[in-house]
Structures are given as structure tokens and as C-alpha cells.
Design a protein around this ligand. Structure first.
Ligand SMILES: NC(=O)c1ccc[n+]([C@@H]2O[C@H](COP(=O)([O-])OP(=O)(O)OC[C@H]3O[C@@H](n4cnc5c(N)ncnc54)[C@H](OP(=O)(O)O)[C@@H]3O)[C@@H](O)[C@H]2O)c1
Length: 249
């Protein structure tokens, strides 16, 4: 598997799953853009690690929920790096709460970042992929989009929405050599899950046949595969990386 000569952009690349994806794609030879919204120190550390391992990359600060900011930043990246070959729509947030008490803002922010963000970033990045007749778009959904979760109607709706977006984009772009797929992690150890109380973590583990939470590296492997030439005949699919807690499709 090699991604030599390819440029990748990973949204939310400064921490957690996105960080592991950046490092993995860089190890395979891709020039990796590390996007983030506010944590410039974390993004700089990811870039340092990429370079320390002999890879190449750049940082790319922008808010995926701000369409004008996305268009301007992605345009510059395309100009500077001769296109984006691999886009990983990974940036995501949670604003949890039971629906009866959920404020509209919590709904809007999660949809704007987790779902519309992927639409806007893909739209901004896909034209050069279509021209080159090669591209990979990988959307980070979640097991929650398949199972639902009390307290996460906004997050579950956004993640389920990504699956429909992915399948429709896959049909639109297949003729241009661009594949569009999802990765659906289960419970992965990152900042997003670190504040789950201990008893909830134990309850979650009890639902995972493999018996542990996953690591960002577990997810990065699935992303790297979908980005590679080996996955060239897969499009519109979801790869589940969840220790067996959900086995449907
Ligand atoms: N952790 C899990 O168990 C799990 C399970 C299933 C799916 N996922 C999905 O996997 C993805 C990554 O999750 P994670 O756990 O690695 O999250 P995380 O540790 O909380 O990191 C979130 C990343 O997204 C960036 N970000 C947030 N809002 C953004 C915005 N508006 N524009 C640009 N970047 C933004 C953050 O940048 P800053 O560093 O600048 O804040 C950070 O790099 C998310 O889509 C999440 O829904 C996670």
C-alpha cells in the first residue's frame, strides 16, 4: 500500500482519530494537510511528528462549519499542492442532552459541523479529483448513526445523514474515478470519550464482544485501506471498526 505522490486533507487532524489518520497516511507517503479549528499547538505537534518520521505535510486551520472559510482555505490548498487527492471528513463534535431539553443551538451546531461540514468540504475539494479521474473521499460516521443513542439525537442524525450523503456522492462521482466511503468507529479512546464516567465505560465495554474500547490507530488502518489503490473497487460502503458491538450494515 502506498500513497506516494498523493495529497491528503484530514479535517480535525489535530487530535484523536484525525491525528492517527494524519500519521498513518503520511507514513504511506502522502503529503498530509492537518486541519483543525482552534488547537494550533496540537496541530503543530502532529506536523512535527509527521516530519520527524520523514513525511511531509502542512497545517490548515479552518472551521468546517463555515462554508466561506472552507471554500477559501480549500482553494488555497488546491493551488499550493496541485489538488487534493484524498479528503477525510473527520472533524466532529458532540453537544449531548436528552431531546426534551435539547436547545436548537445544540442541534444546529452538530449538524453544521458533522454533516454539513462534510458536504461543504467535499464540494470544495472534489473538482480537481474529478479532473484527475482519481480521488478518495472518506467520511467519519459512527456506530451511533446505526444504533441510535439516548442523549444524542443530534449526533445520531448527523452520522446517519453522512451515510446517505456518502452513498449519493458515490453514485455521482463513480464515473470520474472518485470513490466515497464511510468509516464507522465504535467507542474509541480520545478526548471525545474521555469524560464518559467510569460506570458508563464499563457498561459500554460489556456490549463489545472484543472486550475493549478501540484506539485511534484501529480506525486509521481502515481509513488508510479505503484511501489506497487496494480499495479502488469499493464505493458507497461503510467499514465498521467497533470491536463487534454492531455487526449489521
Ligand atoms: N471517539 C469516538 O469514540 C468516536 C466514535 C465514533 C465516531 N467518532 C468520530 O470520529 C471523529 C473524530 O473524533 P475524535 O474522538 O477523534 O474527536 P476529538 O478527539 O474530540 O477531536 C476532534 C477534532 O475535530 C476538530 N474540530 C472540531 N470542530 C471542528 C470544526 N468546526 N472545524 C474543524 N475542525 C474541527 C478538533 O480541532 P481542535 O483540536 O482545533 O479543537 C479536533 O481535531 C468525529 O467525527 C467523531 O464524531 C468518534
Amino acid at each position: 500500500m502506498t500513497l506516494q505522490g498523493k495529497t491528503a486533507l484530514v479535517t480535525g487532524g489535530s487530535r484523536g482519530i484525525g491525528e492517527a489518520v494524519c500519521l498513518r497516511l503520511a507514513r504511506l507517503g502522502a503529503n498530509v494537510g492537518v486541519n483543525y479549528i482552534s488547537n494550533s499547538e496540537a496541530a503543530a505537534r502532529v506536523l512535527e511528528r509527521i516530519r520527524a518520521e520523514g513525511g511531509t505535510g502542512f497545517t490548515a486551520p479552518f472551521d468546517v462549519s463555515d462554508p466561506a472559510a472552507v471554500q477559501s482555505a480549500v482553494k488555497d490548498i488546491i493551488a499550493d499542492h496541485d489538488g487534493i487527492d484524498i479528503l477525510v471528513n473527520n472533524a466532529g463534535i458532540t453537544r449531548d442532552g436528552l431531546m426534551a431539553r435539547m436547545k436548537d443551538d445544540a442541534w444546529d451546531q452538530v449538524i453544521a459541523t458533522n454533516l454539513k461540514g462534510a458536504f461543504v468540504c467535499s464540494k470544495a475539494a472534489m473538482r480537481p479529483m474529478m479532473k484527475k479521474r482519481w480521488g478518495r473521499i472518506i467520511n467519519m460516521t459512527s456506530v451511533i448513526g446505526f444504533l441510535g443513542n439516548a442523549g444524542q439525537v443530534n449526533y445520531a442524525a448527523a452520522k446517519a445523514g453522512l451515510v446517505g450523503l456518502t452513498k449519493s456522492m458515490a453514485r455521482e462521482l463513480a464515473g470520474r474515478g472518485v470513490t466515497v466511503n464511510c468509516v464507522a468507529p465504535g467507542y474509541i479512546i480520545t478526548d471525545m470519550t474521555s469524560d464518559l464516567p467510569g460506570d458508563i465505560q464499563e457498561a459500554v465495554k460489556a456490549q463489545i464482544p472484543l472486550g475493549t474500547l478501540g484506539t485511534p490507530e484501529d480506525v486509521a488502518g481502515a481509513v488508510a485501506f479505503l484511501a489506497s489503490a487496494d480499495a479502488g473497487y469499493m464505493t458507497g460502503q461503510t467499514l465498521h471498526v467497533n470491536g463487534g458491538m454492531y455487526m449489521g450494515n
